[in-house]
Design a binder for this molecule. Sequence first.
Ligand SMILES: [Cu+2]
Length: 298
Amino acid sequence: MLYRFRTAVRLAIAVLSTVATPVWAEAVASHVHEQGAHHAPALATIRATLAPDLPLKIGEAAILTLSLLNQEGKPVLLDELRLVHTEKLHLLIIDPSLNDYQHAHPAPGATPGSYTFAITPRQAGDYRVFIDLLPEASGRQEYAITSFRVAGPPGAPDLVVNNSTTVDGYRFTLQFAEPPRAGQPGRVRLSVAGADGQPFSQLQPVMGAFAHMVGFNLERSTVVHLHPLGREPETATERGGPHLDFMTDFAMPGYQKLFAQVQVDGRPVFAAFGVDVAPATAAPAAASAGHEHHHGHD
Ligand SMILES: [Cu+2]
């Protein structure tokens, strides 16, 4: 089973277990590379911690300092990380209600291995931060995972399932080729229409792609980070849309929140979707049972 991918197209899934060990130690990542080869999950090699400059509150800007340490406890420097989609560090940040997704790119801080970024939280509770990075040493993408707390009671996820949404007058629609199923690669199309209802084909490049799709499951134990199939933009003047296709590979069944990030008129636009991922199919033995069907009621 081979899927054709462009080199720069990336799909990664991090999974961590719910046991009481430090989250970062449990982070594993699987990759789908350009030839569609599935690699065995690998432990994260980098440990991340976050420290805010002051107690975090809803609606108040704060500076967070991220510290990255390798397995020997040494600071991780920028030149030990490979550039991926125009940045070395992508922070995928999500609150407990799955409503406040933010994407940050920290800049080197005062000491080696420290990086700072600004954030204005829109929700309360324990935010989870997936740090998408590619160490030169391993040559493999991984996620370091950390968190920070915003004062106040956390919000509850609304569990709304929607395959379309309107943001700033733009209509975003998600169409799965087949209902998404855990552990099964699939395909999804993101379509964009303008305020006039017409297909919109003026998406600007953002971080080296016409769209970035980031998704979290309800427990925030997994993250998917997808980029459109096909040619990626090489100049700032190129435009994309109205349709962008992505390969998906959800590790876990259940509710998933997906955020598409695009750039329009020099501004980022985030479109949120709620998706139900079906459980993995039963073992092939079920198929060999032929045409027998079992019904749950008489
Ligand atoms: Cu991306």
